[in-house]
Write a protein that binds this ligand. Structure first.
Ligand SMILES: Cc1cc2nc3c(=O)[nH]c(=O)nc-3n(C[C@H](O)[C@H](O)[C@H](O)COP(=O)(O)OP(=O)(O)OC[C@H]3O[C@@H](n4cnc5c(N)ncnc54)[C@H](O)[C@@H]3O)c2cc1C
Length: 397
């Protein structure tokens, strides 16, 4: 295993780090305004990300993306994870499934999305289908010229800002229900937000609930008619990628939590000495350091497996391990940091306090901790213990 960065990757890290550093001064205002960021701040985030060539890492260069390897995603997401209030999310980008589009869809959706002219949101989860996405009830029935989509979608991140949705619905084909992704342009008669709840974290965009009773043209099937029934495969690819991203962002969060807590603990004095001199303070931070490095190595190694073309099922299990471990440990690290900060750690203007709320969702979205454990448990049985644990990628191809 060699995790040394190429000169280009090192340059990418520096660009991503500078971008993250430039966003830190906006955090407290974003927190205090309930996530509502001024349009000029949004434009500035977008401009900085464009300048640093950070938008669309998951898309091909010819589509306006960056064409990164997974290791490059990890390098960037580690830096993004240092930022609170989801400010980095404002840079935009397009979900990876858009690359499955027909040439016309690439032209009308992917290209303008990466250019910042359009905005997407991904709608899979429903009232009765969360962890078990196979239980989705939204249907798409054929009607002359298109499909009649009915159903409800929950937690549609950025659904309040998107101008189109990527919607999973079952095409009804006799007794078969074929999971399919649709591109639904907004506004559209019969598509409405029916709830827009507030959540634990303060995020720039909402996660509203949508109701659908609308007709979309045949051309709305993502990837064209051949992709009817293939929605789960697209969904699966997104999960693996995003789980690795989440793991990397949790590593970045752990690093920032340590940076700030150590800075505080070495300067704050009580009983005539820096509180870092008390083992009750330094030991939890030492544990956080171990958690951070362990999560970093696991995430890097997962990215390396991905880039080396390891067997997809082993990557799936490793990405689950990375997300599971990094998100669980990052939350513990945030709690430790709050404790080290004392009463100041309970103030919303303190990054540790914000991380304690914001990191919570990383144990829930893109598959809960329990679902990651199910994936790893299955791999232990089906792929075998050695293959599931292998760190030499030659043993996993
Ligand atoms: C802020 C936020 C943003 C989101 N954004 C999006 C989005 O943009 N698009 C989208 O489609 N979805 C989105 N989601 C939905 C998210 O992916 C789901 O919340 C998640 O998959 C869990 O589903 P659920 O909430 O229905 O919980 P449930 O599936 O009902 O799970 C409840 C509990 O039961 C446990 N559980 C369930 N099954 C098992 C099992 N087999 N074994 C052990 N335990 C189990 C779970 O781990 C969990 O603890 C978002 C969620 C949040 C909170």
């Amino acid at each position: 295993m060699d995790f040394s960065l190429t000169p280009e990757q090192h340059d990418l890290r520096l660009r991503a780090r500078a971008f993250a550093d430039a966003l830190l001064p906006y955090e407290v205002a974003a927190e205090e305004s309930g996530g509502k960021v001024a349009p000029e701040v949004k434009a500035e985030v977008r401009r900085l990300a464009q300048e640093a060539r950070l938008i669309g890492g998951n898309h091909a260069v010819e589509h306006g993306g960056q064409g990164w390897k997974m290791m490059e995603h990890v390098i960037v997401h580690e830096e993004l994870g240092r930022i609170t209030n989801g400010l980095w999310w404002l840079m935009g980008g397009g979900y990876n499934v858009l690359a499955l589009g027909t040439p016309e869809q690439i032209e009308s959706y992917l290209l303008p999305t990466l250019a910042g002219e359009r905005a997407d949101a991904y709608a899979v989860t429903e009232r009765n289908a969360g962890s078990d996405a196979s239980g989705i009830e939204a249907t798409a029935e054929r009607v002359p010229g298109g499909f009649h989509i009915t159903g409800e979608k929950w937690f549609v991140t950025s659904g309040d800002h998107a101008d189109y949705l990527i919607v999973m619905a079952n095409v009804i084909d006799g007794s078969n229900r074929l999971p399919t992704l649709f591109l639904v342009d907004l506004p559209l008669a019969g598509v409405e937000i029916i709830d827009d709840p507030t959540f634990t974290h303060v995020f720039p965009d909402g996660h509203p609930t949508y109701r659908f009773d609308c007709v979309v043209p045949e051309s709305a099937v993502l990837g064209g008619p051949d992709q009817i029934g293939q929605g789960d495969a697209g969904q699966h690819a997104w999960f693996v990628e995003e789980r690795i991203h989440i793991a990397a962002r949790c590593v970045g969060a752990m690093q920032r939590l340590l940076d700030e807590a150590v800075g505080w603990a070495t300067t704050r004095e009580q009983f005539g000495q820096p509180i870092m001199d008390f083992q009750g303070v330094s030991f939890p931070l030492a544990d956080s350091a171990a958690d951070c490095v362990a999560a970093r190595l696991l995430t890097y190694q997962c990215a390396q497996m991905f880039d080396d073309g390891a067997a997809p099922k082993l990557i799936h299990a490793r990405a689950a391990m990375a997300k599971l471990f990094a998100s669980e440990r990052a939350y513990v690290c945030a709690d430790r940091a709050v404790q080290v900060w004392g009463g100041r750690g309970y103030m919303r203007r303190n990054a540790a306090e914000r991380f304690l709320r914001e990191l919570r969702v990383d144990r829930i979205w893109e598959g809960t901790t329990e679902i990651q454990r199910l994936i790893v448990g299955n791999a232990l049985v089906k792929r075998g213990v050695s293959a599931t644990l292998a760190v030499d990628t030659r043993e996993t191809v």
